[in-house]
Design a binder for this molecule. Sequence first.
Ligand code: 5GP
Length: 198
Amino acid sequence: MHKGLLLVVSAPSAGGKGTILGELFKQNSNLCLSISATTRFPRQGEENGKQYFFVSREEFQELVDNGKMLEYAEYVGNCYGTPRAPVESWRAKGKDVVLEIDVQGGAQIKQLVPDCVSVFIVPPSFAVLEERLRKRGTEDEETIQKRMDTARQELEHAKYYDYLVINDRLEEAVADMQAILRSEKRKYSRNYDFAERM
Ligand code: 5GP
């Protein structure tokens, strides 16, 4: 059996990646979502172990020091990291794994796992992004401004990604993601063992 695909998905905060990925998961039973650890406080409705593992700074540092993180980064004053063990065990079982991480994490994964597939999701404009961020109503004004500044900086990194998906119409963005996934899985380099056996 060959290893599952590692799919890195980055987007500015409130860029709509959660909704797109939700649809993608409905359509692909072989996909697993990595749950990150973070030091940020849970938003209303978020549960420990569901959206994130919510940990203290000390706990986070311990995970890093013990080599338990595949990658980690600081984003708008909080730490976020991908726990290594579930990703490795899923991939070893042939499951495809999605990492929903920021551009710093994306760069670390590209170095570590060169055959990962990276997708950058962008909103149709910054105005739409700001509107979505406000509508969500989970951040105060200062944080919204910080996240908008961060989004502008993040966009600079989009060029290092394999694919760019524009999140204007949801169905189209989901279809784009599905197409990326399907064609990446059909790459010869991921299937040579099958061809050899034949
Ligand atoms: P939020 O606070 O809005 O949930 O996430 C803020 C940013 O952190 C988003 O860009 C999100 O993709 C990113 N992020 C979430 N988990 C991780 C992680 O494990 N590693 C890294 N590097 N970024 C993450």
